[in-house]
Design a protein around this ligand. Structure first.
Ligand code: ADP
Length: 450
């Protein structure tokens, strides 16, 4: 096992990793920008190192600074969290060149899944169902039209290097395709420095259902059920739950086993998520994330397995904690991503938190790195914290979530709590009857009051 881990991240995930390290008896090193000197992860770590000015590119993404921090503190491994360098294959290789462990998958798998065209090819080869679309990159309009005719309109133009929902354009007709192609290409070029795009059938009302996996890198892998992340705004997840209200046990076992088998074949190492769109009972692979995800607590609550702790164990060469047949899905969990934003305009609301009173009680978990008096800096994403609630049934979970949301007090800044208080009372949400466009349509109707 590792003796000392450097956590190359900030906010709630840095704290989450720190907690797993403490339970494993591993010493921790926090890194921070000058804007984060007062952050909770810095206060709770055994040691901390300032790695640069506020802008992420000069601090949390600054590889030479991170290497220097590793060297000064003598760590043997680095946990990248999510975002920042967590899916940077080159970073994983550079760490290896310096005899440091990267707590994540093998660099070749990060690279493979980071290219969405290659990821889809790999998925297809491993027997995972994919969205119908172009075989590879689309170079010109004629080729795009030919593919569009073959798979049928509407189609979606997507960036090969995509992430965060950027570089995606819908074309409803052949006439739309020209503009969709050129805007997607230029957006992809400016966001990712790579203009390659590909074409996919655009699904009208799918759900987003993803499978959590854990592999030992030696050919052992299990799946830990699914999360339904259909409630999204601008392709960003807002509310995640598990199990999906749309799946039954047989459906879960079938897709879960297909994915786990593929991971065994790849000799996948660490945690990962295979994302699908689901429509009319069919799964369609869209991408794989080779890191711990924001919504991982949903799975932890329904399986009782600490994903971050197991991620560290397998990175150190350990075995899987369980075999597939011993993994049981128990009850229901829902996560709300609470942001420091105006709940109507979604404009970020940085500033000082005057009062902070998180909810508690049975089945209530808050993963957050803020505290009373903390000043949210304007430089990073606006995630204030995650409220995760567990219940024996979905109905109990919703009841508890309603109560927990009503108890949550955050004063001094605006938050998206009012949005969740409204959502948890919506008939479609209570019935579990929603798809990936539901939230945008609901927001457009404008019923939320700040
Ligand atoms: P990113 O890496 O940018 O997050 P994804 O491929 O994961 O991109 O897609 C993000 C979201 O975009 C999905 O959860 C879904 O809401 C929407 N989406 C992606 N592909 C399709 C598709 N073929 N049809 C309809 N919606 C899609």
């Amino acid at each position: 096992m590792f003796d000392k881990i450097l956590i190359a991240n900030r906010g709630e995930i840095a704290l989450r990793v720190l907690r797993a390290c403490k339970e494993l008896g591993i010493a921790t090193v926090a890194v921070h920008s000058t804007a984060d000197a007062d952050a909770m992860h810095v206060k709770l770590a055994d040691e901390s190192v300032c790695i640069g000015p506020p802008q992420s590119k000069d601090s949390y993404l600054n590889i030479p600074s991170l290497l220097a921090a590793c060297e000064i503190t003598g760590v043997d491994a680095v946990h990248p969290g999510y975002g920042f360098l967590s899916e940077n294959a080159r970073f994983a290789e550079i760490l290896a060149e310096h005899n440091l462990h990267f707590i994540g998958p093998k660099a070749e798998h990060i690279r493979l899944m980071g290219d969405k065209i290659e990821a889809k090819r790999t998925a297809r080869r491993l027997g995972i169902p994919v969205v119908p679309g172009s075989d590879g990159a689309i170079d010109d309009e004629d080729q795009a039209i030919a593919v569009g005719r073959e798979i049928g309109f509407p189609v979606l133009v997507k960036a090969a290097a995509g992430g965060g929902g950027r570089g995606m354009k819908v074309a409803r007709t052949e006439a739309d395709l020209k503009l969709a192609l050129s805007t997607a290409r230029s957006e992809a070029k400016s966001a990712f420095g790579d203009a390659s795009v590909y074409l996919e059938k655009y699904l009208e009302k799918p759900r987003h259902i993803e499978i959590q996996v854990l592999g030992d890198g030696k050919g052992g892998a299990v799946h830990l059920g699914e999360r339904d992340c259909s409630l999204q705004r601008r392709h960003q997840k807002v509310w995640e739950e598990g199990p999906s209200p749309a799946l039954n046990v047989a459906g879960r076992d079938r897709i879960g086993e297909t994915v786990a088998k593929a991971m065994r074949e790849m000799k996948y190492l660490g945690v990962g998520t295979v994302e699908f769109l689901w429509e009319d009972g069919e799964f369609y692979f869209i991408e794989m994330n080779t890191r711990i995800q924001v919504e991982h607590p949903v799975t932890e609550m329904i399986t009782g397995i600490d994903l971050v702790l197991e991620q560290i164990r397998v990175a150190a060469g350990g075995d899987l904690p369980v075999v597939q047949k011993d993994i049981a899905i128990s009850g229901h969990a829902i996560e709300c991503r609470i942001n420091a934003e105006n709940p109507v305009t979604f404009r970020p609301s940085p500033g000082r938190i005057q009062h902070f009173h998180p909810p508690g009680g049975l089945g209530v978990r808050v993963d957050s790195a803020v505290y009373q008096g903390y000043v949210i800096p304007p430089y990073y994403d606006s995630l204030l914290g995650k409220l995760i609630v567990h219940g024996k049934t979905r109905a109990e979970c919703l009841m508890r979530l309603r109560r927990a949301l009503d108890e949550f007090v955050v004063d001094g800044i605006e938050t998206t709590l009012p949005l969740f208080r409204a959502l948890v009372r919506e008939p479609a949400i209570i019935d579990g009857d929603y798809h990936i466009h539901w939230l945008e349509q609901y927001l457009a109707a404008g019923d939320i009051k700040a």
